[in-house]
Write a protein that binds this ligand. Structure first.
Ligand code: SAH
Ligand code: SF4
Length: 358
């Protein structure tokens, strides 16, 4: 019988599966078959692996498990948006969101259970640090949702915009991207970061390089530090310099996310400063009106629609490609900055130790 500590085949590389198969069947194509069942066809059990001999499956079942996080709650909102709470065997709970779009579904996955970056407008950040998720655990969110929603074989985009800071968990995110790439082109995967500068070079060096989104959220160093404490460690200038030299494939652009907070970063002066900051970076700007939260984000609100339109207008006039993301899923607290894992709504905010510079 496999034990709680038996290795999980979900998230294992081909080489790791080969090592596990060992003397059971050392032929390389066997490991490749198992890998494909898990990473490509998203099989949920050994029984589903119909081209493996029964005896091999029985032996494998004694030394390994196939374990995805359990979907413990689904909340469905308007326009088909669904938010999932997913529980891992150690009790950690994270959230992920599925949003039907035209011609595809966008899945928003969590890279960490919590976030130590502590942005003041983000519920995940306010609730504080959690643990890193392994590549298999992140990929497990995808597998569980794809199967539950009947999406296997359909066109999906993946964004790392759920709980956590992907570039503070590069090993997990790298492995997850590798696994996802079996069914989702890296061009359809986006990693969003708050601006962990050393992580950018590492991301750029990946063989399967996903698209990059950067949460900018401010147009001056002072304002950014107030909103995103991480900006004190890696300044706006440092970040923009790193992005200017970020290698982009032909036609690719960096997406800048800009959460709009009424009276804080929504002035026309901000709008005028932004194009100057972004000069020299092939990019587009995504304006995200704040998703409010009465309990945790009491001091913040989204600007009025006219303010947002005027802001977008200034950007457009400066030839910046700009879109406004009227968030999907606000009605089920599934939108950005509202993911809080298994923490009950009444829980008090946990302290958020600041990440160290490495
Ligand atoms: N940690 C990464 C990815 C997860 S956050 C990052 O910060 O980029 C994903 C996006 O949600 C970020 O762009 C962030 O700015 C945005 N966000 C956070 N809180 C929000 C809120 N309350 N309303 C709207 N967007 C929010
Ligand atoms: Fe973390 Fe991103 Fe939220 Fe900031 S916005 S606290 S980096 S999840």
């Amino acid at each position: 019988m496999p034990t709680q500590t038996s290795p999980n085949l979900v998230g294992a590389s081909r080489a790791e599966i080969a090592a596990l198969l060992g003397e059971l069947d050392p032929r390389p194509y066997r490991a490749a078959q198992v890998y494909q069942w898990l990473a490509r066809r998203l099989a949920g059990s050994l029984e589903e692996m119909t081209n493996l001999p029964k005896s091999l499956k029985e032996s494998l079942a004694r030394r390994a498990v196939i374990c995805d996080p359990e979907i413990v709650e689904v909340r469905r909102g308007e326009e088909g948006t669904a938010k999932f709470a997913l529980a891992y065997p150690d009790g950690t709970v994270v959230e992920a969101v599925a949003m039907p779009m035209e011609g595809h579904t966008t899945l928003c996955l969590s890279s960490q259970a919590g976030c130590a970056v502590g942005c003041v407008f983000c519920v995940t950040g306010i609730l504080g640090a959690g643990r890193n998720l392994s590549g298999g655990e992140i990929f497990g969110q995808y597998r569980a949702i794809m199967r539950r929603e009947g999406l296997v074989g359909t066109s999906v985009n993946v964004v790392f915009m759920g709980m956590g800071e992907p570039l503070l968990n590069l090993p997990g995110v790298t492995r997850a991207v590798e696994l996802l790439s079996e069914t989702v082109s890296p061009r359809r995967i986006t990693v969003s970061t708050s601006g962990i500068v050393p992580g950018l070079a590492k991301l750029a060096a990946l063989e399967r390089r996903p698209k990059l989104a950067v949460s900018l959220n401010a147009t001056t160093q002072e304002q950014r530090e107030r909103l995103m404490p991480i900006a004190a460690r890696w300044t706006l200038d440092e970040l923009l310099d790193a992005l200017r030299s970020f290698p982009l494939e032909r036609g690719r652009r960096i997406t800048f996310e800009y959460v709009m907070l009424a009276g804080i970063n929504d002035s026309l002066d901000d709008a005028r400063r932004l194009p100057r900051l972004l000069r020299g970076i092939p990019c587009k700007v995504n304006l995200i009106p704040l998703n409010p939260d009465e309990r945790y984000l009491a001091g913040f609100s989204a600007p009025a629609e006219e303010t947002i339109s005027a802001f977008a207008g200034v950007l457009a006039a400066a030839h910046v490609n700009v879109t406004v993301r009227w968030s999907k899923g606000r009605d089920v607290a599934a939108a950005c900055g509202q993911l809080r894992g298994g923490i009950p709504l009444g829980a008090s905010a946990a302290p958020s130790p600041a990440p160290t510079r490495s």
